[in-house]
Design a protein around this ligand. Sequence first.
Ligand SMILES: Nc1nc2c(ncn2[C@@H]2O[C@H](COP(=O)(O)OP(=O)(O)O)[C@@H](O)[C@H]2O)c(=O)[nH]1
Ligand SMILES: [Mg+2]
Length: 237
Amino acid sequence: MRALVVMPTYNESENLAKMIPALRDAVPDADLLIVDDSSPDGTADIVRNFMKDDEAVHLLSRPAKSGLGGAYREGFKWGIERGFDALIEMDADFSHDPKQLPSLLAAAAEGAGLVIGSRYVEGGTIPKWSRRRIMLSKGGNLYSSALLGLKVKDATAGFRVYSPEALGLIHYEEVTLDGYGFQVEMTYRARRAGVKIVEVPISFVDREVGESKMSGSIVVEALVMVTRRGFSRLFGR
Ligand SMILES: Nc1nc2c(ncn2[C@@H]2O[C@H](COP(=O)(O)OP(=O)(O)O)[C@@H](O)[C@H]2O)c(=O)[nH]1
Ligand SMILES: [Mg+2]
């Protein structure tokens, strides 16, 4: 399987300097595409440095910060055009452990069109979150799953593998949401299109370096989408 890690970055130079070698180590056969939005901290320079002597590292540079969803849309397109047959979504901040990628890729190789690295299936853990934080995240997931009929425990997760066939069925290029909304909408479309979805347990840790770019408005955007879509699904329109 030719796998491509699509990794959006905004001000992740410190994380990325460690993440690129960690990925090359954990999945030596995979290529790596960093989608950077001209981060002022010089994230792209870190990538260019690795590119000098590693042909498997690639950079897609965008002129301005324009959101996680768009970064994934452009990264997926880049990978599909070049014939990759597993497209990986992953944060640069070490929330998603590169060492867990082989188990996600194994599920993809067994025929799942969408593999979700899941915190809420048996074996998944979030060692550092408070009970309250876990309840909030789980609650959001239960709400989304019930309203949209996702039959998935962790629809907001951002550690995933897609097959190009699944991305085609999903029409990923039409998904204009960001952050959590992007993940949930992609899951909803995959379920509706009959894509085989498999959740693989992961251990999720909060970032230690750099700042989260997730904002309250991204959470609200996701909630509005789920509620609207859910009600029209359940009560017809
Ligand atoms: N290219 C790009 N990457 C982004 C943008 N927003 C977030 N990211 C990256 O997407 C990943 C997830 O964002 P993060 O801030 O960690 O969100 P959190 O995990 O929900 O706190 C990280 O690698 C970020 O650097 C953006 O607007 N453009
Ligand atoms: Mg993160």
